[in-house]
Design a protein around this ligand. Structure first.
Ligand code: ARE
Ligand code: CA
Length: 591
């Protein structure tokens, strides 16, 4: 065995409690190097020699490594364990805190001292069944023309730049709840709605008021109440990294300079404050003068923002927050934020906006999940751009799951695009195999949506994707929602509706574990198994432009059983040489 590749740390994400009396452990080894992985465990105070044994299973692999997992039960919550590995060459090694050794004494033990209730990473149960719909309110539906800002364009006028208004608002979202309920989603995440000077509202003027273009406090209350009555939860966007330059505190600094009592709310290099051509204060990104960065080290700022977080939950009953530029705000602030939010509503969810490895925020003390851009990158490369194959696709997904605990993986917002990226269908038109392109792009988009809707974590649908909207990067990914039946892609909409209801009917598709079933680089076919309690489904996708013949084995079935493809209803007998034909860009679900 390659000792250098073995890795376990008695800490998240290699060891994490999944219940008050259950510790999940994960071990990494060189790929195809370890034939069997087991461990001995006991209470930490137990005398040696009285440990229980337990086998771990291989749950995933990527380019270089295999990953093994198991759940150690512990009545006392105090866990001591040592791994025993058997190499594919028949050699044995022990692995504990002291190191890797051929004899058990040389390895010592790993210790998970105590599973404290306070440190347990808990996410609301509803999250496991969450299907999210992202709305950019200015562009979803104009429910109240009376609040339209001057110069509002007609809904069907082409979008030509990023400063225009179309009149979308909260009343519009409320009026379209029946549509969303029919689609099958059960969570709405909307980009910011507080008073601000832009259409995107990421530059907050007033954290305590709803932008009059969108509505007011009553409009929100009514929306939340009506959404809740339909089983739909509402998530707000918290822009706490920066405010708008129209925010009262920054205005005071602009006016009073160094003597402003808000001077320390920001990061100002010198006085007087200069906004253009280059700011002498920190902002979002590079010198975005309208977005001064907030100093969350200052207790007044911290308290102010925490009160905002509490106020909207208590006042309107919203179900959580998505956190803008979350990785540029200090961890201490987010820890305090979690306390406030979960105290106000233990069922609320917290989703950070972090585009990269987010381990530092996903230990149970800050966020529940993040906007899963690692997932997006994998799907974009595989289905849309077609510049990675099955193996790389699997490697990227494995990596994105193995860096997190189960809880974090379940609370991900799994997106394929957003208001900050080109639309997925547009990305699909840029990849592929060069013939019959339009049809293919649609087929690949549908396949990607199928995968997104059958993967662990919360699928997040960006408004309009389900009706075939296209658009390049910001601002063209923010065009007004297409509502006319003649203009929308009905076949795409049917597809979304049917895969969403498939996910709801079969709990393993939402709540189940995930295992790679099959990866065929040449045929571009990929399979995965989802298992939850006594339910299992094997899913097969064909990411190639032609029909493929695939030989399948069904490890969760016996020879002589039958499996049914839930998509076509067709039955197959389980035998050592069961083969199936799968259409170009087709998908099958065997149960
Ligand atoms: C506007 C224009 C843009 C123009 C930009 C230049 O629309 O066309 O390029 O100004 O200044 C909001 C608005 C945007 C607006 C922006 C600035 O929605 O329309 O852009 O404010 O006024 C990084 C951050 C990530 C951030 C993205 C955009 O890490 O947090 O950049 N996303 C959030 C929101 C945005 C919002 C803001 C932040 C600001 O979701 O909508 O923008 O409040 C790599 C990097 C990532 C990077 C990503 C995208 O992957 O690793 O860190 O994300 O690229 O650039
Ligand atoms: Ca309006």
């Amino acid at each position: 065995m390659l000792k250098e590749a073995l890795l376990h740390i008695a800490d998240n994400p290699f060891a994490f409690a999944v219940g008050s009396n259950e510790l999940k452990v994960r071990l990494r080894a060189k790929k195809e190097d370890v034939a069997r992985c087991s461990l001995l465990h006991s209470d930490r105070y137990q005398s040696e020699g009285r440990e229980s044994g337990m086998a771990l299973s291989k749950v995933a692999w990527d380019e270089l490594y295999d990953y093994f997992e198991g759940i150690i039960p512990s009545d006392t919550k105090r866990v001591r364990y040592v791994f025993l590995l058997e190499g594919t060459a028949g050699d044995h090694l022990w692995y504990g805190e002291k190191g890797i050794a051929v004899n058990r004494e040389g390895a010592g033990y790993f210790q998970f001292a105590y599973i404290t209730e306070q440190d347990l990473f808990t996410i609301p149960d509803w999250v496991h069944d969450g299907i999210v719909y992202q709305i950019f309110p200015e562009r979803f539906y104009n429910g109240d023309p009376k609040n339209d800002p001057p110069g509002t364009l007609d809904w069907d006028e082409p979008l030509t730049d990023w400063k225009t208004y179309y009149g979308g608002d909260l009343a519009g979202i409320e009026q379209k709840l029946p549509y969303l309920e029919g689609l099958g989603i059960n969570v709405i995440y909307m980009t910011p709605v507080f008073t601000s000077t832009t259409n995107h509202k990421y530059d907050t003027t007033d954290y305590y008021s709803i932008d009059p273009q969108f509505g007011d406090l009553d409009t929100v209350k009514s929306l939340v109440k009506e959404a809740h009555s339909r089983g739909i939860r509402i998530i707000f966007d918290a822009v706490f990294n920066h405010c708008g330059d129209t925010f009262f505190a920054f205005q005071d600094v602009l006016k009073n300079g160094e003597s402003s009592k808000y001077a320390d709310w920001f990061f100002i290099d010198s006085f007087p404050v200069v906004q253009r051509p280059k700011t002498n204060y920190e902002t979002f990104a590079n010198s975005v003068f309208s977005m001064p960065k907030l100093n969350t080290k200052n207790p007044e700022v911290r308290e102010y923002l925490l009160q905002v977080a509490r106020y909207w939950i208590e006042e309107t009953g919203i179900d959580g927050w998505r956190l803008d530029v979350a990785n540029e705000v200090d961890h201490e602030f987010w820890r305090a934020f979690r306390k406030v939010v979960k105290e106000a509503n233990p069922e609320a969810v917290i989703i950070g906006e972090v585009w990269h490895d987010s381990r530092a925020w996903l230990r149970g003390d800050q966020f529940d999940g993040v906007m899963n851009y690692l997932f997006k990158e994998a799907l974009n490369g595989f289905f849309a751009k077609q510049n990675i194959g099955v193996r790389t696709f699997n490697n990227l997904l494995t990596h994105s799951r193995m860096i997190y605990s189960d809880q974090a993986n379940a609370a991900m917002f799994n997106l394929i695009d957003s208001h900050d990226t080109e639309r997925f269908l547009t990305a699909c038109t840029k990849g592929g195999w060069g013939w019959n392109e339009e049809k293919q792009a649609e087929g690949r988009m549908k396949l990607a949506a199928f995968f997104q809707l059958t993967y662990p974590g919360m699928p997040m649908i960006y408004y309009g994707d389900e009706v075939g909207m296209e658009g390049e990067n910001d601002p063209y990914c923010r065009k007004p929602m297409v509502w006319e039946k003649e203009l929308r892609n009905e076949s795409m909409l049917d597809h979304y509706r049917s895969i969403i209801s498939l996910r709801k009917e079969h709990p393993e598709l939402a709540r189940g574990s995930y295992e790679t079933w099959l990866e065929d680089e040449l045929k571009n076919t990929y399979g995965y198994i989802r298992t939850y309690k006594d339910q299992a489904s094997g899913l097969l996708i064909n990411n190639s432009p032609k029909t493929q013949v695939v030989k399948l084995s069904f490890p969760w079935k016996q020879e002589g059983d039958t499996v049914t493809d839930l998509i076509t209803g067709k039955k197959y007998a389980v035998s050592p040489d069961t083969t199936v034909h799968i259409d170009a860009y087709g998908y099958m679900v065997f149960k």
